[in-house]
Design a protein. Structure first.
Ligand SMILES: Nc1ncnc2c1ncn2[C@@H]1O[C@H](COP(=O)(O)OP(=O)(O)OP(=O)(O)O)[C@@H](O)[C@H]1O
Length: 225
């Protein structure tokens, strides 16, 4: 599903990730680590938003440098800040945007948008103005905007930071129901307890790659130092 071969990443001339050799095949993969440890940078490598400075990143066999367009199609990426994601004034227009780009007809788009809104508990939100929604509602709309495109893999960068408990549950249920692999960066360790694999980053390096119980214990130990 995801392969990183000898990957390093520089941002503005500074090495922010190094020594990454990984094959990720599990359905639910969590990413944790301190602020600035490289989690978002890692997530952005997976859909070609950032290109490796050294090495190769492949998603479903597609090299993100050789074919960034195909890589982006495979990977639905949710930004930390929903305002970086939402481009259209109303919720329904925003969800329809990506589908129009894929040249679906109006008759195909409307029911798909409605079904996705319902799945996220947002039915009735279609005509609402995005800028009038709460931060949490905007986060849900941004996630719905990705899910509606049915990507093969979801990469979520702190998807629940703005959300209350009910909406956090809703997001996690939607991710579960999507029946597709997810890579999720989060500071909410409780969300990862039932994940298959957790990667712990520290200062740009992968310092633990294990099942949740071991990985989270390692992360807590590092954080306590
Ligand atoms: N646009 C950028 N230009 C230059 N350096 C950047 C840029 N974005 C992030 N960095 C640097 O890269 C390093 C890793 O940042 P990154 O955002 O990947 O960390 P993170 O683990 O996701 O942090 P957080 O938990 O705070 O979101 C940090 O030192 C950060 O200052």
């Amino acid at each position: 599903m995801i392969e990183l071969i000898n990957v390093a990443l520089d941002r503005r001339g500074r090495r922010v990730l190094s020594g990454l050799d990984l094959t990720l095949t599990e359905r639910r993969i969590g990413i944790v680590g301190a602020n600035g440890s490289g989690k978002s940078s890692f997530a952005r490598l997976l859909n070609g938003l950032l290109k490796p400075s050294e090495g190769t990143v492949r998603v479903f066999g597609t090299d993100t440098v050789a074919d960034p367009k195909a890589a982006r199609r495979h990977v639905g990426f949710l930004f930390q800040n929903p305002d970086h994601q939402i481009v259209y004034p109303t919720v329904a227009e925003d969800l329809a945007f990506g589908l129009k780009n894929r040249e679906l007809s109006k008759g195909e788009i409307a029911p798909r948008v409605e079904a996705t809104l319902t799945r996220f508990g947002l039915s009735g939100f279609g005509e609402r103005l995005v800028h009038e929604l709460s931060g949490g509602e905007r986060q849900l709309v941004a996630l719905a905007g990705i899910m509606v495109l049915e990507p093969r893999l979801l990469v979520l960068d702190e998807p629940t930071t703005l959300l209350d408990l009910r909406n956090t549950r809703r997001v996690m249920e939607a991710v579960e129901a999507a029946e597709r692999p997810v890579v999720m960066v989060t500071h909410d360790l409780s969300l990862l307890e039932r994940f298959d694999r957790v990667l712990v980053f520290e200062a740009g390096r992968l310092v633990c790659d294990a099942a949740p119980s071991e990985a989270l214990a390692t992360y807590r130990r590092i954080a306590a130092q």
